[in-house]
Design a protein around this ligand. Structure first.
Ligand SMILES: [Zn+2]
Length: 308
């Protein structure tokens, strides 16, 4: 397996993975989306909320405000030894808000959240949360925890995480293609040994000259089955390269657990707990469908509510 970073900036990483199948690429994608933890507000205690936004709606909005995450100094609440319902300083970080509109209407922004620990703070200060009319106020204490996207989407560290195949196409006019590629950039396509490697198909087809030199059908016909371009965009909680690294670490851990279980022939413990309900084959309906007893004669018309 080979990897190569195509581009990296503050919130997006694009990289190539060569020598893996689509199942592996998808496992990596799913680990990034649903397993890599970030910090997000989970509990809120209101002291005052006289705005027109109901408590639950405001809490939901605040839950989706991306917070910068310090993965090295916090642990998941379920892995913390405190076992406290509200957590301890190792598994939660506090944020407070105390804002009141005096004479004018005030817009409450994510920047009005005051973090207890500066490393767990809103990524953007300009996310509107509510509006206050004169005399209205919002005052609360919030607790952020690490969590995973598979539990709630607010804990997903990525706003986009996709992969696509790269394509290899034979070019007829190498000089003309090279000239065009110089303008488009080598993160879009490169020429390797007389063959055009299209890394970013959308980016390539955005250029009219490239599009004229290589037809779309040729690109689709030249898709390589075992090389992928990943695009991972972070919500801002973690640097994008950290999300990839953490996902690889977690996937490795999962695979070694699976390997251990296979070697110990211990794959049935999860399945054993899953009791199948007894199926009465004479009945079409079981739970909550009223009385449908077939023994009571077949010609009777079902009556009243039982039909529904
Ligand atoms: Zn704890």
């Amino acid at each position: 397996m080979n990897t190569k970073i195509v581009s990296l900036n503050e919130d997006t990483i694009r990289f190539l993975v060569d020598g893996v199948n689509a199942a592996f690429a998808n496992s990596l994608r799913r680990t990034m989306v649903a397993e890599v933890p970030i910090m997000t507000v989970e509990d809120i205690f209101y002291f005052d909320n006289s705005s027109i936004v109901p408590d639950e709606v405001l809490a939901h909005r605040i839950g989706f405000v991306p917070l910068t995450t310090d993965l090295d100094n916090y642990v998941l609440p379920e892995e913390c030894d405190c076992e406290a319902e509200l957590g301890c300083p190792k598994c939660r970080a506090g944020l407070t808000m105390d804002i009141e509109a005096k004479d004018d209407t005030v817009t409450v922004y994510s920047g009005d959240l005051v973090p207890e620990d500066p490393s767990i703070a809103p990524v953007s200060k300009r996310i509107p949360l509510a509006k206050l009319a004169p005399g209205q106020a919002i005052k609360f204490e919030a607790y952020a925890q690490l969590g995973q996207g598979k539990v709630h989407a607010k804990w997903s560290p990525v706003s986009m995480c996709v992969y696509q195949n790269v394509a290899f196409v034979d070019v007829e006019d190498e000089a003309a293609t090279k000239e065009c590629l110089d303008a488009c950039g080598d993160d879009v396509a490169v020429i390797e040994g007389g063959v055009l490697k299209v890394i970013d198909i959308q980016g390539f087809e955005r250029c009219r000259r490239c599009r004229e030199l290589v037809r779309h059908e040729e690109i689709i016909g030249g898709l390589k089955k075992d090389e992928f371009l990943f695009t991972v965009e972070s919500t801002g909680g973690l640097p994008p390269e950290r999300i990839v690294k953490e996902a690889v670490k977690m996937l490795k851990q999962k695979l070694s657990t699976l390997k251990g279980k296979i070697e110990a022939d211990d794959l049935h413990d999860e399945i054993r707990d899953f009791d199948l309900p007894e199926i009465n084959e004479g009945k079409l309906y079981s739970v909550g469908s009223g009385d449908f007893d077939e023994d009571e004669g077949g010609n009777e018309e079902p009556q009243g509510d039982d039909v529904a």
